[in-house]
Design a binder for this molecule. Sequence first.
Ligand code: PMP
Length: 327
Amino acid sequence: IRWTEGRGWHDARLTPYAPISMDPATMALHYGQEIFEGLKAYRQPDGSVAVFRPDANARRFQDSARRLAMPELPVETFVEAIDLLVAQDRAWVPGEGEQSLYLRPFMFATEVGLGINRPANEYLFMLIASPAGAYFAKGIKPVSVWLSREYVRAAPGGTGAAKCAGNYAASFLAQAEATRNGCDQVVWLDAAEHRWVEEMGGMNLYFVEGSGDSARLVTPELTGALLPGITRDSLLTIAADLGYATGEVRISTEDWQRGNEDGTLTEVFACGTAAVITPVGSVKSTDAAWTVGDGQTGEVTARLRRELLGIQTGQAPDPHGWMHRIP
Ligand code: PMP
């Protein structure tokens, strides 16, 4: 679907997957007006296909568009594009448990020009799909994380809350640093003090205080610098449904290390569309290193993972109407 100043959205089409050609002066290539989303379609027990909360992704896509001075795609158009593509690709939706069809909607500036005095006046919205296997083929494995003290992902007033290409471009160097230090993932800290925990490269974070039914789940509050994850949001609801207390808080790396030492923080996990829920097993930075709890998958983490995947794969009831059936 294309958007042109003065004309709005037009020329929606469903075409076979193929390369696209672009002018070398296409504005997105120079100034980075590109936003995207990620969501999944799951095969349901009755053979139908359903997508997890596409309306929430559509609204976040609109929020990202506003921040990048791009046109907002109507929620209905976003969901209709998903309906059309997934119906066409129905046979590509795997049938086994956690496997899914990953959907990648994106939009970028197609106007040809080298000026930076105004945003582009032509855009292209596209949606592509790719079958995705289970994130953990051999059972859940806790990840090791690297606290990035040198690099930051986002600052107040910046684009951290938007899902735009540049945020990810800025993260590769820190991810390489994490890998060099033997860690799987980066944990981003705030820009001002390099102290407050924000999120991971592609996932939000949750901390579990206490254990059993009296456990409390807390997640870093949305400061404008981290992505408002749809999994994060869903888990606040699921946790409350299961009777856990929840909270959106400010948590520093010192709070994390101290809580781990005195046993008040029992589990930590990351959550997002790709991995659903991933336990965090160990933490490292230039000045500290610790094992989270016993380094294994905690009981609350495992329970939430089962509940969320149950809803997504249609094995459990969907009390909040999150699953969107493909017509
Ligand atoms: N943070 C970042 C930086 C991400 O890229 C993602 C993945 N979209 C998330 C968090 C998790 O968001 P969601 O639950 O909507 O996938």
